[in-house]
Design a protein around this ligand. Structure first.
Ligand code: ADP
Ligand code: TRP
Length: 323
């Protein structure tokens, strides 16, 4: 197991997971269990840059744990844990912060987006990419599966690792981002990036009725049933592509181009494909979501595995900087 390369990723407990999270991060991350040793965590320290409700932080952390469990994460071989159960990560953040120029942080997306919306920028949000770099570097991670929106954070992480290694000699593993091209950015109901912050999400494990209702709300152009339609520019088709094999995609694309099919029909086909892929996992999720003791057990096991690696890396770093 330890000979495999390590894949690491994190997700914030800021809301119920949605199809964008599933396609952009959770599904590819879980698939990597076959080829990598995987370390996945709940980014609760990061969530504190915006969340002020302790109960909601806890509940969303359980949502994520049950989500990974129901989608087939193997907790014996791999580690799933809370970021905050590994306090060493804040120690590494400090070492990295001392190598980070303020200018680099001023160019970072998370902070710039918040600033452009006139939101209050706290120092946690401002230095968000440094904590994220520490999250990755503290586990000697080789690869990091994430959605495209995280690309810049991965570039910052690589810069910081290279900078540390340049100053102190080979110490940190320089990681690579893994971004699935086809599912780079999943559109939400309104066509913008699907995101908890935009109120346009399709929840991953919504009951069937609610799932169908959400899919029926996806915005399309206003072409009539008879008119010829373009699959490539349609939000419904884009989502469908992520849940269908090549031949089903071709079938539906032909129906778009032939005319005579309304968006209601396309949405129904899309709904059925999503429902079929997620049906078993959804049932499993609802069975275990209420069992806190079980979910805590998963997180405890993950913590033990992760902390061991983190301690080693922090010791290595302390040694190198002269502490
Ligand atoms: P949100 O924008 O809903 O708050 P997060 O920032 O918590 O989502 O993202 C968690 C993970 O899911 C990240 O790896 C991110 O890249 C991925 N992700 C989020 N939204 C999408 C999307 N619309 N398409 C593809 N991946 C996404
Ligand atoms: N910033 C990521 C997001 O918003 C979450 C995250 C925190 C993360 N630390 C990470 C992702 C480390 C990958 C690796 O989705």
């Amino acid at each position: 197991m330890t000979l495999k390369k390590r894949s690491l990723s994190g997700i914030k407990p800021t809301g119920t997971p949605h199809l964008g999270n599933y396609l952009g991060m959770i599904k590819p991350a879980i698939k990597m269990q076959e080829t990598h040793q995987t370390f996945y965590f709940i980014a609760d320290y990061h969530a504190l840059t915006s969340i002020r409700e302790p109960e909601s932080l806890k509940e969303h952390s359980y949502d994520l744990t049950a989500t990974f469990a129901s989608l087939g994460m193997d907790f014996e071989e791999h580690a799933f844990f809370r970021q905050s159960d590994i306090p060493e990560v804040t120690e590494l953040t400090w070492f990295l912060a001392c190598l980070t120029s303020k200018g680099l942080m001023e160019r970072a997306h998370a902070f710039k987006d918040a600033q452009s919306k006139g939101q209050d920028v706290n120092m946690g949000l401002f230095s968000y990419p440094i904590l994220m770099a520490a999250d990755i570097l503290i586990y000697d991670s080789h690869v990091v599966p994430v959605g495209k929106d995280q690309k810049q954070h991965l570039e910052i992480t690589r810069d910081l690792a290279l900078r540390f290694n340049h100053l102190y000699g080979e110490t940190l593993v320089v990681p690579e981002a893994i971004i699935e091209d086809q599912v780079a950015v999943i559109p939400g109901l309104d066509g913008q990036k699907m995101s908890k912050s935009y109120n346009n999400v399709i929840p991953l494990f919504a009951p069937e009725k609610q799932l169908r209702k959400a899919i029926m709300k996806i915005e399309t152009d206003s072409k009539t049933v008879e008119e010829v339609k373009d699959p490539e520019s349609c939000n419904v088709f884009q989502l469908f592509q992520c849940f269908a094999d090549q031949s089903a995609q071709q079938d539906l694309a032909e129906q778009y181009r032939a005319g005579g099919m309304g968006y209601g029909t396309a949405k129904q086909i899309c709904f059925e494909a999503i429902r079929d892929e997620l049906k078993d996992a959804s049932e499993h999720y609802h069975q275990i979501r209420g069992d806190r003791a079980h979910l805590e057990g998963i997180l405890e096991g993950g913590k033990d595995k992760a902390r061991k690696v983190a301690r080693d890396v922090v010791d290595r770093v302390r040694n190198k900087v002269g502490l």
